[in-house]
Write a new protein. Structure first.
Length: 131
């Protein structure tokens, strides 16, 4: 028996419940800070596990869809791989109005550009320009 959620978060809760009812999701872990030693950065993925038989990263969002979200998932992919979890799917779960929209992040450039951004940040910090 599920108790109704607080009305301030109810639409997101119902969206998650709907997602779980429509997919086979086995969560391994989530909301745990991870350090990526190969690129020297940290992040905190929302959820990772197995979705419909595939090792998957899921970033949960409640606002508008933004391209930068794909870079966030790319960072999580790299940090998780550095820590032994090798996802074959990168997803963003947008929650709103009691439902959800699941977006696949399949563009390899997300990974390439995130890595380039981190490397540029470190280079600028080492060689000047950042305090």
């Amino acid at each position: 028996d599920i108790k109704p959620p607080d009305e301030r978060i109810a639409p997101r809760v119902w969206g998650i419940i709907k997602f779980l009812a429509e997919h086979q999701w086995v969560m391994e872990d989530g909301e745990r800070p991870l350090y990526c030693s190969s690129l020297d950065f940290a992040c905190c993925p929302d959820a990772w596990g197995v979705l419909n038989g595939h090792p998957t990263i899921i970033e949960l969002k409640r606002g508008a869809k933004m391209a930068v979200h794909r870079l966030q998932v790319a960072a999580q992919f790299m940090a998780l791989a550095d820590n032994g979890f090798y996802a074959t799917k990168r997803l963003i779960l947008y929650l709103k109005d009691g439902g959800y929209q699941l977006e696949t992040c399949a563009d390899r450039n997300d990974l390439v550009y995130f890595k380039a951004m981190v490397e540029a940040y470190h280079a600028k910090r080492i060689y000047g320009g950042l305090k």
